[in-house]
Structures are given as C-alpha cells and as structure tokens.
Design a protein around this ligand. Sequence first.
Ligand code: HEM
Length: 133
Amino acid sequence: MTLLPLAVIGLVLCIGLYVVFRRQRHGGLAGGSAILATPHRAASLGSDRVYSEQEVAQHNTAEDLWLIIKGKVYDLSPYIALHPGGEAMLRNAGRDSTKGFSGSQHPARVWDMIDEFYIGNVATLETSDKKAD
Ligand code: HEM
C-alpha cells in the first residue's frame, strides 16, 4: 500500500521525461536557413501568374521587393535581409535585374536559389495592338 504513491510519482516522472525527449527531437528548429527550408508563400500562388512591368515596379521596398530576372518575377522580400550583397538587390527593386543577377559576384548556385521565390512571369508586349484594316 505504501508503495502506491511512489509508483504514481515514478510513472508521472517517466511520462514527463518522455514528453521532454520527444519535444527536443521533433520540436526544434530545422537546421540551415529557416527561409530556404520553408516553402515560400509565393509558391502557393502558382507559376501561371502574369504581371505587368508597372505592377512589378510597385514592389520596390525592402519589405516588398520583387525583381525581374530573365522574364520571370521573383518576390525576394524574405531574402533581402539574408542577401550577402545587402542593399545591392534593393537598388534594383521592382525592375529587370537580369544583368545584376548574372554578374560575376554570384556563383552558379544562385540560379537554384531563386526558384523558391518565383511568383510568375512578366507580361510580354501585346502584338495585337496593330491597327485593324
Ligand atoms: C539585382 C539583383 C542582385 C544584385 C545586384 C546582387 C549583388 C550581389 C553582390 C554585389 C554580391 C557580393 C557581396 C560581397 O561579396 O561583398 C552578392 C552576393 C551574393 N548574392 Fe546577390 N545580388 C542580387 C540578387 C541576388 C539574389 C536574387 C540572390 C539569391 C536568391 C542572391 C544571392 C547571393 C549570394 C548567395 C551571394 C554570395 C555569393 C558568394 O560569395 O558565394 N543575390 N550579390
């Protein structure tokens, strides 16, 4: 009879230790970059979106930063704070940055890195505006 309280305390301690152990294994932050390891919200918008250059130009701040690279639009707002080139990216915000991005300061892997920030394409100029005769 006197052993019962001890058994209950032991059981509670075991459950507590088990819960703490599980949290440490599964609840911690994933290694590496949290942003690059997390699917970007833009990915859910799909790749079929088409943006005009004027629309892209409105996203030209550090909090809301879009770039055009080779006709594709990227929302780099989550990346600007991590960019080793810092503000260089901001100077091109909202514009075609193919030249800056293709510069020798960048290793080839940056082409893989931008994929997760892809949100759509730039509208190509209409060819249907020629006069109908
Ligand atoms: C207009 C666009 C961009 C410009 C002008 C630019 C400019 C630069 C510059 C000047 C550096 C050299 C920093 C230094 O070593 O002191 C740099 C480094 C870097 N940038 Fe950019 N960047 C642009 C966009 C991007 C984007 C979109 C990404 C990735 C999503 C990126 C990823 C990197 C990485 C990884 C480095 C370090 C390269 C290395 O030394 O290994 N950049 N960038």
